[in-house]
Structure formats: structure tokens, C-alpha cells
Design a protein around this ligand. Sequence first.
Ligand code: FE2
Ligand code: FE2
Length: 347
Amino acid sequence: MVTTLDDKKRSAIAMKLADMRETQNLIISNDQLLLSQVDDREIRERLSDMLKDDQKNLSILETSIVQYGVKSEPRDITLKLVEQVEKMMQDSELSLYDKISQHELLKHQQAMTGIIIHKAAQVVGADIDAALAPMNTVNFENRAHQEQLKGIMEIVGTRELTGKDPDQGLWARVQDSVAALTGVFGSVVSRSKDMTVIDIVKMDHRKVDTLFTEIENTDSPQKAQEYFGQLYKDLSAHAEAEEQTWYPTLRKYDDSAPGVAQAYDEQAEAKILLEQIKTLSPSSPEFKTRINQLKNLIQEHVRKEESNLLDKLKDHMSDEQLVELGKEFQLAKSRIQDETSRTSSAV
Ligand SMILES: [Fe+2]
Ligand SMILES: [Fe+2]
């Protein structure tokens, strides 16, 4: 049989993620526009903190999209909506209150989209949840920003109507709402620190672990096929990106490390197995046997990478260099994903 590795539900989530990235860019340009129109010192401080969070969250979103491994363009309607809001924000007829209120709506939409992606991920597969875990921070911060924007709206709105400030205690109330949200989102890992190549590679490894568990635990051949489709894409892009980035870097520093040469061989072996499994029916007994063989091979390979090779990078590189190499790894993976989706859609 010809195996197609496509999955509509995963593509639908990819489209929502692309919509979110588009909206995040709009949110950032709104932050900048509002900052240019506000004089109040306290409000300016809050807006500029939000801008910093939003910029950081855009990069988390971009990382998550690569980690997710399925890419999409945003919907046309999202692009239209972005254009409309941009126009509206430039409109001089609108008061500052109107503009902040529009911005708050956008934040609301963004927070809800993030939460819905999270819910959908739980339905479709635990591996998606693993890939999108960093987005918890984005969702939490968008909800917290919403509370702060409501506070700013109260001040600006009251001033526009009366020329006076609203009653005291407003920011304390905002603070309380944000604290209450922390309970809803649980312990949110702060991502203020940039991820190094070691963090990102390990995150990929955990996602692959989850995919193997999903394949083993499902009784449905269709589900097994979907999970394998994702595993195939993830492992191929991960291995190739390793061979383009940190493997050669490690070789440069430590050519005598026998582990690196072995790692190349193991990945070549895994690639052959992946191609074999791709031709098998997920309901055949051979599919299970081969998956098991692949799992053992990968687990051993990952164990060596994590206990020997990745640590060696630390002996030769500073934290900043490891972050830089992480970006290169991410970029290489993203490029490989794009090439793969182009060739598979051309077939
Ligand atoms: Fe790896
Ligand atoms: Fe590897």
C-alpha cells in the first residue's frame, strides 16, 4: 500500500498556529503604535513591558511551530482581519480608549486561540502537547496582559469622559486577577532564558519518546499511521539538522570523539528503517516489529547523545554560543521541514 503521512487534524492545528503568529505580529505593531500615543508614565511602562513580552512570545511561537513539525500558511481571512485592524488603529477619529479596547479584544482572541490549540492538542495526541508546552507561557501572559489592558482602559476611559482619574486601588485589583490566573495555568515555566541547542535537542527527544508510546498504545491502525507520519517527519528533520549543525561543530572541537562517527552511522541506520516502515501497513505484524526495532535503536542513540555528546559541547562553548547554535539548529530544521513539505506536495 502507498502510505500517505498526512493528517487533517494536525494540518488544522498548524493553520491556527500560523494565524496566531500573524496576530502576534499585529499585537506587536499595536503595542508600538499605542506607545507612541500615550504620555502617562505608568501606562507607558506597562505597555513597554507588554511589548517586550510580546516580542519574546513571538519567538516562542516560532520555536513551537518548528517543534510542532507541521507548517501552514495563515488563513486569508486572518490576513484580511489584520489589515482591517491596522487601518482602524491608524484612524484618527478613534479615541485612545477605542484603540486600547480594540487591542484588548485582539489579546482576548489570541489568548483563546492559544488555549484552544492546547485543548485540541490534548485530543489529537500527547506528542503535540509535548511540542507545544512552551506555549503555556504565551497563553498565560496573553491572559495577564488582558487584565492589565482592562485596567488601562478604566483609566483612559474615565479620563476621556470626566478629565479625572478613576478611584484608587485599580492596579492592586489587576494584580489580584493576574495572581488568580496563575492558579488556572498552574506553574508556568518562565522562558525568559533563551534555549540552548542542548535544551532544544532534548525537547525533540522527549517528543519522539511520546510518539513511540502513542504508536505502541493505540489499537487503531489509522492512529498508528498518523503518529508514525509525525515520527517520520520529526526524526528525519531532527537527524538532518543535527548533521548540519552540532555534529560538525562537535567534530571540529573533538575529532577524536568516537561517539560522533557512531552517531552518524546510527542515524543512517534509522533512516533506512524509517523508509522501510513507511511502506508497511500499520495493521501488519511487521509494522510493530520494525517500530520496536527503530525504538530500541533511537533510544540507545539518544542515550548516548544526552550522556556523552551534548555535554562535550559545553566543554568548548559558552552559554551564548550554545544559544546561537540552538538557533542554527532550529533554522536548519525549519528549512528541512519546508523542503520536505514542498517535495511531498509536488508528488
Ligand atoms: Fe538527537
Ligand atoms: Fe541524533
